[in-house]
Design a protein around this ligand. Structure first.
Ligand code: FAD
Length: 292
């Protein structure tokens, strides 16, 4: 039955990370609540009916965005709006704030959090694709302490991550985008929600006009997002000319076996979009790398 009211649940508001982790371990059938922009709709539709919510969004200290060891570390509770407007993030890994600014609408960006987005692992979400392309590391904290998980290992499937029960995402670290490297993320937005029907992230390094390394990651077509390795390899060693970029993008479908479709877009259409967006993202990343 469709209903706009969630089933009854208990509500806990811990004031520290330790308290949150204890609650998640002790309270049966409990779930963390961050911005609530993915969890609450699911609860209202009764797709999920947790017995208790542990509201982690107000725990201080985990929303910070800072430079760290030549990279960028973002606390899990940083909202999309905070990431989008962070001067530190813009200076170190500008494609990340650009991506945050493309998420949803103002309300979604003001409430939704980086940790909530990646823990939810929606196949149409934007961050997973970009974090994989950038080679990010996710820090998870649970009753057994902290551990670091490479983005490549973190996203496992549709709404599925490598998090253990009771573990929280506490921060995400991305390497700085160095001189001579450019990154770009482009998506085909769903017209109603802005979610990525397809999203493509490109990271390109250029030396003396030649591409020395490239990474291309495609989200929204398969789950989790995949590296379009054949396309990236085809670009490497090239001058980034329109022909070279078109030839590289033509290889994108090789990495998209099992493309999924839904009422909005078939797998075939998504694969086509991925190829088009890949050409544009590679060209933009190349241009940025050359001018960096
Ligand atoms: P919540 O909804 O609170 O939680 C989501 C899930 O993650 C829950 O299972 C929760 O238990 C768990 N969780 C939350 N935080 C943590 C944590 N730190 N550690 C472990 N588990 C945690 N996303 C996009 O990427 N692109 C879009 O264009 C986009 N458009 C949107 C449009 C609309 C209208 C809406 C409602 C959402 C949209 N979203 C989009 C999703 C939005 O970004 C969500 O905010 C995000 O996916 C979830 O973050 P949250 O903080 O709201 O998490």
């Amino acid at each position: 039955m469709y209903t706009m009211h969630p089933a009854e649940f208990a509500y806990h508001r811990p004031t520290s990370l330790d308290e949150a982790i204890s609650l998640l371990g002790e309270v049966e059938d409990s779930r963390p609540l961050a911005g609530g922009h993915s969890l609450l709709p699911l609860m209202k539709l009764r797709v999920v009916t947790p017995a208790a919510l542990v509201d982690i969004a107000r725990i201080p200290g985990l929303e910070e965005i800072s430079a760290s060891n030549g990279g960028l570390t973002i606390g899990a509770f940083a909202t999309h709006a905070a990431v989008a407007g962070s001067k530190v993030a813009i200076g170190i890994a500008p494609v990340l704030p650009e991506t945050a600014a493309m998420i949803g609408d103002v309300q979604v960006r003001n409430r939704g959090t980086l940790g909530g987005s990646i823990a939810h692992a929606d196949p149409a979400a934007d961050y997973p694709t970009v974090l994989k392309a950038l080679g990010a590391t996710i820090t998870a904290t649970g009753k057994n302490g902290r551990r670091e998980i490479a983005a490549d290992d973190f996203f496992v499937g549709i709404f599925e991550t490598a998090l253990e029960p009771g573990e929280l995402v506490t921060s995400v670290t991305v390497p700085a985008t160095p001189a001579g490297t450019g990154a770009a993320y482009l998506k085909h937005r769903h017209p109603a929600s802005s979610y990525a029907v397809v999203g493509v992230a490109a990271v390109v390094s250029v030396e003396d006009g030649t591409c020395t390394a490239a990474r291309l990651t495609v989200g929204g077509v398969t789950s989790p997002p995949v590296h379009a390795t054949a396309a990236a390899e085809a670009l490497t060693g090239s001058s980034g000319s329109p022909d070279a970029i078109a030839a590289a993008a033509a290889r994108v479908p090789q990495s998209l076996a099992g493309a999924t479709g839904d009422v909005y877009a078939s797998g075939e259409y998504r694969t086509h979009l991925a190829q088009v967006l890949a050409a544009r993202a590679l060209a933009k990343a190349f241009e940025r790398a050359a001018g960096h």
